[in-house]
Design a protein around this ligand. Structure first.
Ligand SMILES: Cc1cc2nc3c(=O)[nH]c(=O)nc-3n(C[C@H](O)[C@H](O)[C@H](O)COP(=O)(O)OP(=O)(O)OC[C@H]3O[C@@H](n4cnc5c(N)ncnc54)[C@H](O)[C@@H]3O)c2cc1C
Length: 224
C-alpha cells in the first residue's frame, strides 16, 4: 500500500523523531511504499499567501479560496504546493506525526494544511464528508503530549477526542478520509527511557496490522 507520513518536529532525536523513523522503517520493511513530508527538514513555509499560486484570478483583492478554485482549473499551484498535493492524492494512508502544541498541531503542520488542502482540488461543493474527494483513503494522527493522560478529561483539559475534533472532523473527514484511532503517548517527557523504547515498539507492532483496522467516526461534539 502507499503511505504518506507528514512529520512535524524540529529535533530528529526527539520521541516524535523516533516515532517517525520507526514508522518509515516498519512500513518500508513490510513492503509498503512510503513517502514523507518532513516539514522542518524541508523548511516548509507555513505562511499562506499569493506565493501558493502561479496564477492570479483577482490581482486587486486576494481571496485565498477563490484563487485556489482558479488554480485548480488552471494548473496554477506553485511547484512546492503541487508536490505536496500529489503526495496526498497518491497515498492510501496518511499519518501525521507531531507533538501536541497548544491543544493542536505545530504551526508548521497547520500551515501545510492551509496551503495544500485547497478548495476546488481537495474539496468543493457537494464533495465533503461521505462524498469527499478522498473517500477510500485513511488517516491516522500519531501524537505525543506533555500533559498526563489523567488531565485529558472533560473537567480539566477536555477529552482528547474533543481536542482532536478540528483535525479529525474539520480537516480529515471533511475531505473524505476515514480516520483511524489516534496513536497517543501521554506525558512523554515524564516517561522513562525504557517505557519510551517500549512505546516505539508498540507503534511498530500496531503498524503491522494497520490496514486491517476499522476506522472510527470522529465524534460530533454538538451531540456530546
Ligand atoms: C509550544 C508548545 C506547546 C505545547 N502545548 C501542549 C499542550 O497543549 N498539551 C500538552 O499536553 N503538551 C503540550 N506541550 C508539550 C509537548 O506536547 C511535549 O513536549 C511533546 O509532546 C513531547 O514530545 P517530544 O517528541 O518533543 O519529546 P522529547 O522531549 O524530544 O522526547 C522525550 C524523551 O524521549 C527520548 N527518546 C527519544 N527517542 C527514544 C527512544 N527510541 N527510546 C527511548 N527514549 C527516547 C528523548 O531522548 C527525550 O528524553 C507543548 C510544548 C510546546 C513546545
Amino acid at each position: 500500500m502507499k503511505i504518506l507520513i507528514v512529520y512535524a518536529h524540529p529535533e530528529p532525536q526527539s520521541m516524535n523523531g523516533t516515532m517517525f523513523s520507526s514508522a518509515v522503517n516498519a512500513l518500508t520493511n513490510a513492503g509498503h511504499e512510503v513517502k514523507v513530508s518532513d516539514l522542518y527538514a524541508m523548511r516548509f513555509n507555513p505562511v499562506s499567501d499569493r506565493t501558493n499560486f502561479t496564477t492570479v484570478n483577482n490581482p486587486t483583492f486576494f481571496k485565498q479560496q477563490a484563487e485556489e478554485v482558479y488554480a485548480s482549473q488552471m494548473n496554477g499551484f506553485a511547484d512546492f504546493i503541487e508536490d505536496e498535493q500529489q503526495k496526498v492524492e497518491w497515498c492510501d494512508l496518511m499519518i501525521w506525526q507531531f507533538p501536541l502544541w497548544w491543544f493542536s498541531v505545530p504551526a508548521i503542520l497547520k500551515g501545510w494544511v492551509d496551503r495544500v488542502f485547497t478548495m476546488g482540488r481537495f474539496y468543493k461543493n457537494g464533495r465533503i464528508y461521505e462524498n469527499g474527494i478522498f473517500r477510500g483513503k485513511r488517516a491516522l494522527l500519531s501524537l505525543t503530549t506533555g500533559g498526563p493522560e489523567a488531565n485529558y478529561i472533560k473537567e480539566r483539559y477536555g477529552t482528547l477526542e474533543t481536542i482532536l475534533h478540528p483535525l479529525q472532523r474539520g480537516i480529515l473527514e471533511f475531505t473524505g478520509f476515514s480516520v483511524l484511532q489516534p496513536h497517543v503517548i501521554y506525558g512523554t517527557e515524564k516517561q522513562s527511557t525504557e517505557k519510551l523504547a517500549l512505546e516505539a515498539e508498540a507503534w511498530k507492532a500496531r503498524l503491522k496490522d494497520i490496514f486491517n483496522e476499522e476506522p472510527i467516526m470522529a465524534i460530533n461534539i454538538e451531540q456530546g
